[in-house]
Design a protein around this ligand. Structure first.
Ligand SMILES: Cc1cc2nc3c(=O)[nH]c(=O)nc-3n(C[C@H](O)[C@H](O)[C@H](O)COP(=O)(O)O)c2cc1C
Length: 325
């Protein structure tokens, strides 16, 4: 390791990155990469603290064990009206056009969805914004815990500050691993009229079966968030909007973003949904053939890609490929 490489941030610190070095094309500093990896692992372990208060959790478990004490919760007056409107529209499955043609139109929306990274300045109408968030609200979630909180950002100054924090994350990662060519310039975030940051409340992991180890519970939380993001993204597509989900919110800059928007510690940012009318619609990225990924009745291990084939695929079709952009 050279002296210069010591400018790379140390474990757990959220220090500034030397931007000159961030642009350098020197090979990745592997030791620094491992230090960062360990720091990130440590951050995750510390997030164990972000759970429902032990006493509250114990009371919840106790009340379930003693079934006679577990009474169904009655809805309040306002809630009844709100819920009634949902129940009234809940027979929509009967009215739903279930023809193959109608299903194809849903598939058309899915196929039209792209990761858009440049936007026109036209604002997103409030009605569209509401539909997008509503699509998120109706997402499935593990244990129906609905772990999401939607932080909506439209102010130019806030977007600028956010892009600056993301640039720091990209800079850090470029220093540590410049073999990845797919880092986007976060400036485009400032051109998008609407940003939605779906934050996950980590305490919702208390809603899942507690004998499950932490990892599958974490997956349940993340899968809930992923479904919510996909719902919003598809609705945006249906409305003629473009979007990307920016997931490079590295923990190194996480604290900066938290501070900027006053996000409490126990919320994790799963992604940054960047939305607006696309300046241009990107070509569809290649997809693997359906037959190649489908295993009928039992898993056909012979058809599973080798490590070499997989890596080749990343370069041929994935973001690692030079022709990505
Ligand atoms: C979990 C996940 C994380 C992603 N993270 C990023 C990201 O941080 N920045 C970005 O520009 N695109 C990101 N993408 C977009 C992918 O690069 C994109 O979906 C993929 O290349 C296929 O292109 P398409 O979305 O246009 O079909 C992400 C997508 C997923 C599903």
């Amino acid at each position: 390791m050279t002296d210069e490489s010591s400018s790379v941030p140390r474990s757990g610190r959220t220090g500034a990155v030397d931007q000159t070095r961030a642009r350098s094309s020197e090979p990745a500093d592997e030791e620094a990469l491992w230090r960062l990896y360990e720091a990130v692992e440590e951050l995750d372990a510390r997030s164990e603290g972000h759970r429902v208060d032990r006493e509250v959790y114990r009371r919840m478990l106790g009340s379930r064990r003693n079934r006679s004490r577990a009474r169904p919760r009655m809805l309040g007056r306002g809630e009844v009206a709100a819920h009634q409107s949902v129940v009234d529209s809940a027979n929509f499955l009967d009215d739903l056009d279930t023809s193959t043609e109608a299903a194809r139109s849903l598939l058309d929306v899915m196929r039209s969805r792209r990761s858009c990274r440049s936007f026109l300045p036209d604002p997103v109408p409030d009605s569209h914004r509401e539909l997008i968030l509503e699509a998120g609200r109706w997402s499935p979630s593990a244990g129906n815990a609905q772990p999401w909180e939607f932080l909506v950002v439209t102010e130019p100054a806030a977007k600028e500050a956010l892009a600056e924090a993301l640039a720091l994350a990209v800079g850090t990662m470029r220093v540590l691993d410049d073999t990845f060519p797919g880092y986007a310039n976060p400036r485009y975030v400032t051109t998008a009229p609407l940003l939605v940051l779906p934050y996950a409340d980590m305490r919702c992991m208390a809603a899942y079966p507690y004998p499950l180890p932490r990892e599958p519970r974490r997956h349940m939380l993340e899968q809930s968030m992923a479904m919510c993001i996909q719902n919003m993204w598809l609705m945006a597509t249906r409305l003629g909007l473009g979007a990307t989900n920016w997931t490079l919110g590295h923990p190194v800059v996480d604290s900066r973003i938290r501070e900027q928007f006053g996000v409490p510690e126990h919320f994790v940012m799963s992604t940054l949904l960047v939305l607006g009318y696309p300046r241009h619609v990107p070509m569809p990225r290649p997809r693997r053939a359906l037959e190649e990924m489908t295993h009928l009745e039992c898993f056909d291990a012979d058809r599973v890609r080798s490590d070499e084939e997989l890596v080749e695929f990343f370069y041929e079709y994935g973001v690692r490929g030079r022709g990505f952009r």
